[in-house]
Design a protein around this ligand. Structure first.
Ligand code: HEM
Length: 466
């Protein structure tokens, strides 16, 4: 579409010749996991790092090995204890970190809310939040710099609060929650690292205190809304909400015949809030940075939105599926900036990756970021080229090479939800505004719980005349 190939910002990998020690790895991890990657990480099929305590951290990159972990032998690679502990003050025993029968029950009970019918039900709530986003964006002047990364955090948090709890977020509340999550994320990443290294948490006492406090604070804030709705439901004094919380309160597990308790509901809802807004906000921020630098794609999306539904406030659920260019652009941004750039499992038994033995207890680090930029798997891997996902190539058969939402039984429960809201937001913003870069401002990718820009993401938005 655009004659000039565009390579959006990414940290330069560490040269292969540099000395590799655990200490250097720890130092780089404190900046972000992206900064630990070597040139060879994007070329070879397996990276191995020796950890204290005799275990190893292995990162397989062969799609067959990725499928082995996530699909073929998924029960042999449970979620790691380190991540469970790092997220526990906030998420408790939520579906994101549990394993075995506990996870199976939670998944059975959550799945229906995110099925096609559940999404259709919350679609009007998403549209309302997108129209509120329009009002906020229109308030920026044409020459003013708009912190689009922050605006994406606000709109995705707002969508989650409306669809899950029927609670629209004010600007002040959105800002406060985002700031608290940011603090929690930083500390949780540190605690995760300490656990991986088998180091006691008292070595970073201040981090430990803030981590627990922030987790409690966010949980308390959302917990109050959930508890009050739970009491209403139990006493039959509440109205009809039609939101996801209502669905989860009335859900009964078909196998154990039990509903969620109040504590279980809080665990799940707080997790849905975290997993459901941070991730979407991250990739949408990057999308607008790229579209500001690739106006031809923004124009193609605008045309497509106009053709699909000239009055986008009335767009129908079924019409969103027709936004093919929007979808291809979003898929390509997910390739380059997968919000969950790294996630981990532990090996429950002895295995083998690419001919190399993996022992029980080893930590298996999976990275959509690395695999989706692997030089042997993608042509011009760092170049933005949505055509990769156009003309029938939708990435569905790429399991193992393209997995921004993971794959297998633990695939992201909110993948369809996230795509629907993202397509709506991208199409609407391109329809209303010309998007331009802010000169001299280059976002710097860092990966904590999600892949964000260290210095934020801003663009200029010029209102279109009609
Ligand atoms: C662009 C947006 C999103 C991306 C890229 C994304 C990505 C992922 C990934 C990679 C995982 C697997 C993590 C692991 O196995 O360690 C995951 C799991 C999960 N995600 Fe998402 N996610 C997104 C949006 C959402 C949304 C909107 C929701 C809900 C509202 C959600 C809910 C979940 C849940 C509940 C899990 C755990 C599933 C399980 O373990 O059974 N995600 N997501």
């Amino acid at each position: 579409m655009n004659g000039c190939p565009y390579t959006p910002p990414h940290p330069k990998p560490v040269p292969d010749g540099e000395k590799r020690t655990l200490w250097k790895w720890i130092q780089r991890t404190r900046k972000s996991s992206l900064h630990t990657l070597y040139e060879g990480s994007f070329r070879n099929w397996l990276t191995v790092l020796k950890l204290p305590g005799g275990h190893r951290l292995v990162m397989p990159k062969d799609p067959a090995d990725i499928r082995k972990v996530l699909v073929d032998k998924a029960p042999d690679f449970p979620k790691s204890e380190a991540m469970h502990i790092a997220l526990k003050p906030l998420l408790g025993e939520s579906i994101f970190t549990t394993n075995g029968e506990v996870w199976e029950r939670q998944r059975r009970m959550l799945d229906p809310a995110f099925a096609q019918s559940g999404l259709k039900k919350v679609f009007p709530l998403m549209l309302d939040a997108v129209e509120d986003l329009r009002l906020r964006l229109e308030a920026y002047g044409d020459t003013e710099s708009c912190p689009i990364g922050d605006e994406m955090t606000h709109v995705t948090a707002d969508i989650i609060m409306r669809t899950i709890l029927s609670y629209p977020l004010s600007a002040g509340e959105a800002h406060n929650l985002a700031a608290q999550f940011e603090k929690f994320q930083r500390k949780a990443s540190q605690v995760n690292l300490m656990k991986i290294l088998h180091l006691p948490p008292w070595m970073v006492p201040w981090d430990w205190v803030i981590w627990r406090f922030q987790g409690w604070r966010i949980r308390n804030l959302l917990g109050k809304i959930i508890s009050s709705r739970f009491r209403e439901y139990q006493t039959g004094t509440g109205g009809e909400y039609g939101d996801i919380l209502e669905g989860l309160m009335s859900a009964v597990d078909p196998v154990t015949k039990t509903p969620f308790s109040e504590k279980e509901l809080i665990d799940q809802i707080v997790m849905l809030f975290l997993a459901g807004h941070e991730t979407s906000a991250s990739v949408l921020g990057w999308t607008f940075h790229i579209l500001a630098n690739q106006p031809d794609y923004a124009e193609a999306i605008r045309r497509e939105a106009e053709e699909t539904c000239p009055d986008f406030t009335k767009v129908k659920f079924s019409e969103v599926a027709r936004l093919k260019t929007t979808r291809a652009v979003f898929r390509e941004v997910l390739r380059l900036y997968p919000p969950v750039a790294f996630f981990s499992r532990s090996s429950a038994g002895d295995e083998e990756f690419h001919g190399c033995p993996v022992r029980s207890g080893d930590l298996v680090n999976l990275s959509p970021y690395v695999v989706q930029r692997h030089t042997e798997l993608w042509e011009d891997p760092d170049v933005f080229r949505p055509e990769r996902f156009m003309g029938g190539a939708n990435g569905r058969n790429d399991s193992g090479r393209y997995f921004p939402f993971s794959t297998g039984p633990r695939i992201c429960i909110g993948a369809a939800f996230a795509q629907q809201e993202a397509h709506l937001i991208i199409a609407r913003v391109c329809q209303l505004f010309e998007i331009e870069p802010v000169q001299g401002l280059v976002p710097e990718p860092v990966s904590r719980l999600t892949l964000r820009s260290e210095n934020g993401i801003s663009v200029k938005l010029k209102k279109r005349s009609c």
